[in-house]
Write a protein of this length. Sequence first.
Length: 76
Amino acid sequence: MEDLIRQVVERTGISEEQARTAVQTVLGYLQNNLPAGVSQQLGGLLGGAAGGGGIADRAGDLVGGLGGILGGGKKD
């Protein structure tokens, strides 16, 4: 999760504390509102599941993939 927080700080210019709060808020919301299977994958991601790239890369892939579920497309 630290990688994701660092990326939020770099991309937005907000403080690390603000970025941490934002990331935790969004991830908590997603875990509570996504279908169970997706929520479990997100939980595994946050728990440091092995495989793939860093957490920020995997979170980006997961969130990008949600576009299809939610009716949108992943923007490159």
